[in-house]
Ligand binder design. Structure first.
Ligand SMILES: [Fe+2]
Length: 317
């Protein structure tokens, strides 16, 4: 059967994509951010997922304000990068996994989650920036390392789904994946956030204390996060902080107890707090289901110690 081995949380700041595309990754401002994902990319190369499910939000690229589905699943064979005003990003077309995506759609909809099925969809920075951060820079004529199933969530127009609804959708996705007969190793991304507000009197708001508490509870007490109302995201994490509900879909798709493999947090990128976490499932036997992730070449202990050092180096309050 297919199985979800790990979840990845990552901000999707558009300026990170622009920095990558315009060759600015070695500039000190951006190096501070990109260097925080180097170990994550090594982890991803070791893990070698067969499929990635990427939970993200569209920024009026595939869907205009005239039509915004709450949850939209990409079931197409491919997803071209969208033109977000400066031409499409120079990244490869994203190849989908229509068979698994259709299976997830059937399972989840019959579980009473009303997904919109997208058989043609362009994808914007909300999806391609986290893919770059975890898979690295890939030239336009290259290939992403694995097929990707996009799940677009409305967090741009009120009312977005609740954190609890997102968490429960994650559980339904896990059930769907585990009922797929092919032996596939799947990772799931939750993207967006962390705290930021891009307009209005509180533009530039960043709340590191709240962000770090969110990351702590993502590992240890996601049920608590699932109870956070929209107004708290707005008040504590800024108007665009509501994107963080998408991380709860990722978390809902994981085991109750997970191993935190890596974490990175820094401010700012553009006017946004950048958060990143990798959580590995332990599996039914209490051991990590993702053995290659838990025991990379340098050993899990070394990776965790290295991650801890990075935390000390990189986490700013
Ligand atoms: Fe966004």
């Amino acid at each position: 059967m297919a199985r979800i081995v790990a979840g990845i949380g990552s901000s999707h700041v558009p300026a990170i994509g622009a920095a990558l595309d315009n060759g600015k990754t070695e500039e000190p401002y951006w190096k501070r951010i990109f260097s925080g994902f180097e170990k994550s990319q090594a982890w991803m190369r070791e893990t070698k997922p067969d499929v990635a499910i990427v939970v993200y939000n569209d920024h009026a690229s595939a869907f205009s304000v005239e039509m915004i589905p709450t949850f939209a699943l990409g079931c197409a064979a491919e997803f071209p990068p969208a033109d977000e005003g400066w031409g499409p990003r120079p990244v490869p077309v994203v190849k989908g996994h229509p068979a698994l995506a259709s299976h997830i759609a059937q399972s989840v909809i019959l579980d009473e989650f009303d997904l919109t099925i997208c058989n043609k969809m362009e994808v914007d920075h909300g999806m391609t920036v986290p893919m770059n951060l975890l898979f690295g820079k890939i030239e336009k004529n290259g290939r992403w390392p694995c097929p990707v199933i996009p799940l677009a969530v409305n967090v741009v127009m009120y009312p977005p789904p609740t954190g609890h609804r997102c968490f429960m959708l994650g559980r339904a996705i896990r059930k769907a994946v585990e009922s797929y007969p092919e032996n596939l190793k799947v990772v799931i991304f939750g993207t967006g956030g962390l705290s930021h507000q891009i307009s209005g009197p509180r533009a530039g708001l960043i709340n590191s204390k709240w962000d770090k508490s969110f990351l702590d509870n993502l590992s240890k007490n996601p049920q608590k996060l699932a109870k956070i109302p929209h107004i708290e995201y707005m008040r504590e994490a800024g108007a665009e902080g509501i994107e963080m509900v998408m991380w709860l879909i990722m978390r809902g798709a994981l085991d109750e107890k997970v191993d935190e493999v890596y974490r990175f947090y820094t401010v700012p990128a553009s006017n946004t707090a950048v958060g990143h976490i990798i959580l590995a499932n332990r599996g039914r036997d209490g051991k990590s289901a993702n053995k290659s992730a838990a025991k990379p070449k340098r050993s899990a202990g070394k990776l965790k110690r290295a991650a801890a050092r990075v935390k000390v180096d990189r986490i700013h309050s």
